[in-house]
Design a protein. Structure first.
Length: 337
């Protein structure tokens, strides 16, 4: 039986990964370590809390002795590190926690992986480490790192630490760099669920600047299947870009959502741009497609429809996550834009 420590498994991608692993791979046991920050939510694991191959532990990836205890007690063979502070806008207002979790937390996990001689350490990174593109070209695994925000700088720093632990101590690692994910259980501070939530409540849809920035969208389930393939089918030391080949401008995404919900475009409000806003991301995923025969399972249209249906059917989940502190965050963030 494969014994995996998944960190950040109560967040958006981590919880989708835990669900997929437990549903599709009965030969794995998942220990799910999550600090339950504002972005972590046990409701994301509904139906899987008491699964016999799943153990949830509330804790911090910066807590080295806890990590070592977990590895020993559950005989962990691999770590997949999803845990992170992930919102670019928050990294611009409060960068420190991004360094603590994304850099120091990854270092703590790497030390444990090295000392306990784990079979594999998978670092879930991001295409944002490559910086921004002009109108042409795509990021390959060989594109130099050139992060532009405190968030992407913290993720690039973590990637370099992972590489250094591989080079210096032989830690068996892989790094995955993925484009923008969308799908069920995404916290509504991110573009698609934020716009969905606002449109459902007939609130303004705050589009940064001209809205012509481009992101390359990937359905979250397809990201999860790619990570599973990297865990189970690769040799250590390889880096894989993961993307869905779905470049869209932000304004087009917002219009699609309004159209699908039958809401007027007059809800769109162009607001002050994000400082240092990256203009375009686009992933060249030919390495993972060629070597691991990974393919996205849905088109963007299918994925967006599934996502919208999920949010429409999950109004209680949405109400719960936007209540309390999130509303305060949203009001302070958008009040003066
Ligand atoms: P998220 O913000 O939804 O979830 C992050 C999770 O990590 C939360 O459950 C949170 O409680 C947990 N966490 C935060 N700090 C922690 C700590 N110190 N110790 C333990 N747990 C902690 O994030 P997400 O969107 O699911 O992203 C997951 C990973 O994927 C991140 O590493 C992110 O950088 C990367 N990524 C995300 C995207 C995307 O589009 N969302 C794209 C590429 C890469
Ligand atoms: O590219 C991968 C990255 O994608 C991940 O590493 C990050 O963790 C994840 O948050 C995401 O970063 P982005 O900054 O691209 O995602 P976000 O949803 O915050 O914004 C997407 C685009 O939409 C971006 O160009 C900013 C714009 N935007 C966002 C919000 C929240 C708006 O125009 N208005 C908004 O209110």
């Amino acid at each position: 039986m494969r014994k995996i420590l998944v960190t950040g498994g109560a967040g958006f991608i981590g919880s989708n990964f835990v669900r997929m692993a437990l549903a599709e791979h009965p030969d794995c046991f998942v220990v799910n370590l999550d600090k339950l920050t504002y972005a972590g939510n046990l409701e994301n694991l509904a139906g899987f809390e008491n699964h016999s191959n799943h153990k949830f532990i509330k804790g911090d990836i910066c807590d080295g002795s806890l990590i070592e205890r977990i590895i020993d007690e559950f005989k962990i063979d691999s770590i997949i590190n999803f845990a992170a502070e992930t919102h670019v806008d928050r990294s611009i207002t409060e960068p420190k926690i991004f360094i603590e979790t994304n850099v120091a937390g990854t270092l703590t996990l790497l030390e444990a992986a090295r000392d306990k001689k784990l079979n594999r350490f998978i670092q879930i990174s991001t295409d944002e480490v490559y910086g921004a593109l002009g109108p042409e070209g795509k990021f390959t695994e060989n594109t130099p790192l050139s992060p532009n925000s405190p968030y992407s700088a913290s993720k690039a720093s973590a990637d370099l630490l992972v590489r250094a632990f591989g080079h210096t101590w032989g830690v068996k690692y892989n790094i995955t760099r993925c484009s923008n994910n969308y799908g069920p259980y995404q916290f509504p501070e991110k573009l698609i669920p934020l716009m969905l939530n606002n449109a459902l409540n007939d609130k303004d849809l705050p589009v940064y600047g001209d809205g012509l920035q481009i992101r390359d969208w990937l359905y979250v389930y397809d990201h999860c299947t790619a990570v599973w393939k990297v865990l189970t089918e690769t040799r250590p030391g390889e880096i894989y870009n993961i993307g869905g080949c779905n470049e869209k401008t932000n304004i087009d995404i917002v219009r699609l959502i309004l159209n699908r919900l039958d809401k007027p475009e007059s809800l769109i409000k162009h607001v002050t741009d994000r400082p240092g806003h990256d203009r375009r991301y686009a992933i060249d995923a030919s390495k993972i497609i060629g070597q691991l025969k990974w393919r996205p399972s849905v088109s963007f249209e299918q994925g967006l429809n599934k996502t919208i249906e999920w949010y429409l059917a999950s109004r209680k989940w949405l109400e719960n996550v936007v209540s309390g502190d999130y509303q305060k965050y949203y009001d302070s963030m958008y009040k003066n834009r």
